[in-house]
Design a protein around this ligand. Structure first.
Ligand code: SF4
Length: 409
């Protein structure tokens, strides 16, 4: 039985602070493959997916992980980590065993569309079985998951995969596996999110993660929902939720420093709601992504953000410290630990708050939001200036990040 709950989220960055209040590298996400049987419309690594690849020995990566003293969580992603049994046996299981031997909490990001035996094999070593779920019907599934293919599979193929995804979710939930499903608030899910949430509850999903659409890679041309609509969708979900399911808002586009009272009211509503949390974005704060195949060290697995180093050539923690020093000088490098906020996700802030320098922001004490892990006595960033989101978000001009750090984009 997992110890995770709305009261304890091991991926929350504020839990990884040291005695001086400094956030440290405690989480690694490993990209184990570039292969996937799907080509989802929203895929943040879509163009990086491959058909064939060499399978490297994981020994050198494990030695790099040994150098991270405070490793507490490890995630596995792809591509699709359950793409074939050889990948599971040679790479996924050894990584999970390694993490468990170190006492880490583990997560695997999977589409759950293969035979359930593969998932039952890894389930004993997995604390979070993480899936994407943005559908109400097999037709929705077909449209969203084969969007990146020139030749679409037959509708029956999509229907069979969708049915297997749902059957596997139900079966794993019955076996006691903590299945966490991520949905995006986007024009695709607008007006339907509560129904999606209730379907997930029926399937036995324990946590529903809700994020904005990330304008990266395959998704860089997709329309984003404006912040007014986003706020309305979040409120409708809170009104219609199943209280048995933990709702986790990740990379949330509303901040305690906002001058818009509607943002502050939404945060205050979430703070009052049992079983609903907002997680600080772990990427670049406590977590880095490492690619097993090419050695790249990344701030996130989103393909639009280039590598910040290579673990074949240097310890991962060295790349992290270099990144952190640079990050502090970007316009996203803010923190307000007195309310438990560590600033925005870069892609989300680029899309919704173009040009805003968050280092000049500060959450007032009476913001209505005080995160569970808020701490006092730690320096906060800058002074107050207005931060209002764009009702209709700007596109990232050329599909790549425009951030004032040499380490990105
Ligand atoms: S200034 Fe940054 S850390 Fe402070 S509330 Fe705003 S987004 Fe959060």
């Amino acid at each position: 039985m997992s110890a995770m709950s709305p009261m304890y989220d091991p991926w929350e960055a504020l839990l990884s602070r040291n005695s001086q209040g400094e956030i440290r590298l405690s989480s690694i996400e490993v990209t184990v493959t570039g292969r996937c049987n799907l080509r989802c419309e929203h895929c943040a690594v879509g163009d990086a997916l491959t058909i064939k690849e060499e399978r490297p020995d994981i020994g050198p990566l494990l030695r790099r992980l040994d150098q991270i003293d405070h490793l507490t969580t490890l995630s596995i992603t792809g591509g699709e980590p359950s793409y074939d049994r050889e990948l599971i046996e040679s790479t996924v299981l050894p990584l999970l065993r390694y993490a468990k031997n170190r006492g880490c909490q583990t997560q695997i990001n999977t589409n759950l569309t293969f035979d359930v035996d593969r998932y039952l094999l890894i389930a004993p070593f997995v604390d979070v079985m993480h899936i994407s779920y943005n559908y109400l019907t097999p037709e929705d599934f077909a449209v969203l998951t084969f969007a990146g293919l020139r030749r679409r599979p037959a509708p029956k193929t999509a229907e069979a995969l969708f049915q297997r995804l749902e059957a596997n979710t139900r079966r794993l939930a019955e076996e006691g596996v903590f299945v966490s499903a991520e949905s995006m608030i986007s024009p695709r899910t607008q007006g339907r999110l509560t129904k999606i949430h209730r379907r997930l509850a029926e399937l036995g999903v324990r946590r529903h993660e809700v994020h904005p659409l990330y304008p990266s890679d395959f998704a860089r041309e997709l329309p984003l929902l404006g912040l007014d609509d986003w706020r309305a969708e979040a409120l409708a979900l809170l009104d219609g939720r199943d209280p048995r399911v933990w709702i986790l808002f990740g990379t949330f586009p509303f901040y305690p420093c906002s001058d818009d009272p509607r943002d502050r009211e939404l945060l205050a509503r979430i703070a009052r709601e049992p079983g609903v949390t907002v997680r600080n974005d772990p990427d670049g704060r406590i977590r880095l992504n490492v690619n097993l195949l090419d050695g790249g060290i990344y701030v996130t697995d989103f393909a639009d953000m280039g590598p910040i180093g290579n673990w074949h050539r240097e310890p991962i923690r060295d790349a992290f410290e270099r990144w952190r020093d640079q990050w502090r000088h970007t316009r996203f490098g803010c923190q307000c630990p007195h309310v438990g906020c560590l600033g925005p996700n870069v892609l989300v802030a680029e899309a919704y708050y173009p040009g805003v320098d968050f280092r000049r922001r500060r959450a007032p004490e009476e913001s209505g939001w005080r995160g569970r892990y808020a701490i006092s006595g730690v320096p906060v960033s800058g002074e107050r200036e207005s931060v209002m989101g764009e009702g209709n978000p700007a596109k990232i001009a050329d599909g790549r990040l425009n951030i004032d750090s040499p380490a990105l984009g």
